[in-house]
Write a protein that binds this ligand. Structure first.
Ligand code: ZN
Length: 132
């Protein structure tokens, strides 16, 4: 699993430094390099940097950290949904994939339909009848 871990760490590093480059203009000289801050894995700090990170970057960073956690837990490479081993070819393309192709597609399909909150509290109270 080492090559994948290295790959994830590199992705994280690249992402962080891309953000660092972009934020150079806005940070004061002498301030701690944002890349160093982000390189130290800390959820709290990541939250502090919410202002700088775009949603897309935040999501990616979370996915990478999540994958690294799963490597530590030895659950990496397993589909979270059905437990099947995610093919290595897929992990090479998408190292932070959590699901096998089938479950991923299923989830994406379902997400489309469940994005709206289901209507809550529909009670069939007959017309004219007041509660209490
Ligand atoms: Zn699956």
């Amino acid at each position: 699993m080492k090559p994948i871990k290295d790959m994830l760490l590199k992705m994280r590093h690249d992402l962080v430094h891309e953000i660092a480059r972009r934020s150079k203009a806005t940070t004061e000289p002498g301030a701690q390099d944002i890349g160093d801050i982000l390189d130290s894995v800390s959820e709290e700090r990541t939250r502090e940097l919410d202002m700088i990170l775009t949603d897309r970057e935040k999501r990616k960073l979370l996915q990478i950290d999540d994958a690294l956690d799963r490597i530590e837990d030895n659950t990496y490479g397993q589909c979270e949904e059905c437990g099947v081993k995610i093919p290595r070819a897929r992990l090479k393309v998408l190292p932070f994939a959590k699901f096998c192709v089938e479950c991923q597609e299923k989830n994406e399909r379902e997400e489309k339909y469940t994005r709206e909150e289901p209507e809550e509290g529909i009670r069939k109270v007959p017309m004219g009848e007041v509660e209490e």
